[in-house]
Design a protein around this ligand. Structure first.
Ligand code: NDP
Ligand code: 8X3
Length: 252
């Protein structure tokens, strides 16, 4: 039987790179996100280059009913899910606590925390049946706060806590849970954070070599490729130029 990976947020960045990496390795892939055209493009790309099957599911992880409807209505052949990559997420704004926008806070908590919980809960019966592997996309922002990180950091600290809770509560089902905590990686993340301001977004990655989406996809594949009695619980990774959330060696 083919292995199946379910990737939330596969329309760009880490999620898209994971879809390609796992498909290259012989997985069939379920790709999700809100941008339908991007899902279709990725489906065509994977089918033509990797010859693996692709199921695109277009929904917003913030909408609880939509999450459960889409997942429960998947064809039975797609329900044998071996790996879940909880990757959908974003930062919205980078403001001081007293100046931050409440809507930004809502969208980060609703997506990064509640969305991750909904997707995981909806997939639980299938992951239990397959003794699957859950990878939660945390961040170094979930290990250490930085100035103007406030609610984004809080959402990623929550992901860290959810990973630890899952590992405890799902132990009896022998489900592997890996929390991956990347540092700065050049994806659409900063463009989204700065609401389309390309100058601000590009400045985040200037003067040093950041991580790439493919680097993270490689690590996601690696943790799943180990013998099934081994669980990498935590994986914190930065580029060589970054020491922590607020110290990066830049040369201009
Ligand atoms: P991208 O912006 O490139 O990708 C984010 C993905 O999340 C997109 O596919 C997007 O799809 C999806 N997404 C966002 N909101 C929703 C939503 N409400 N419903 C469904 N899907 C959604 O960023 P990255 O690839 O960098 O980010 C992926 C994850 O990695 C995030 O959780 C982020 O916090 C985390 N991370 C990123 C780091 C970085 O420096 N880049 C470092 C550490 C962690 P769509 O818009 O189509 O819905
Ligand atoms: C994204 C990395 O350092 O910009 O999670 O918060 S950081």
């Amino acid at each position: 039987m083919e292995k199946i990976v379910f990737i939330s947020g596969a329309t760009s960045g880490f999620g898209k790179a994971c879809a390609l990496r796992f498909a290259k390795q012989g997985y069939d892939v379920i790709i999700t996100g809100r941008r339908k055209e991007r899902l279709e493009e990725l489906k065509n790309l994977i089918e033509s280059t990797c010859r693996q099957k692709v199921l695109p599911l277009c929904f917003d992880v913030q909408k609880r009913k939509d999450v459960f409807n889409h997942i429960n209505n998947m064809p039975d052949a797609w329900k044998h899910i071996n790996v879940l990559i909880n990757n959908s997420g974003l930062a919205a704004g980078r403001d001081l606590f007293d100046e931050a926008d409440l809507d930004d806070w809502d969208i980060m908590i609703d997506t990064n925390v509640k969305g991750l919980l909904y997707v995981s809960k909806a997939l639980m019966p299938f992951l239990i049946a397959s003794k699957g592997h859950i990878i939660n996309m945390g961040s170094i922002a979930g290990k250490e706060v930085y100035e103007r990180g406030n609610a984004y950091c809080a959402s990623k600290f929550a992901v860290d806590a959810i990973s630890k809770s899952m590992r405890l509560d799902l132990l009896r089902h022998q489900i592997r849970v890996t929390n991956i905590s990347p540092g700065a990686a050049d994806t659409e993340f900063s463009l989204v954070r700065f609401k389309g301001d390309e100058e601000k977004a590009n400045a985040m990655y200037k003067g040093y070599k950041p991580l790439t989406a493919e680097d993270i996809a490689e690590l996601c594949y690696y943790v799943t490729s180990l013998p099934s009695h081994i669980c990498i619980n935590e994986l914190e990774v930065t580029c060589l130029a970054q020491a922590n959330t607020y110290t990066t060696l830049k040369s201009y």
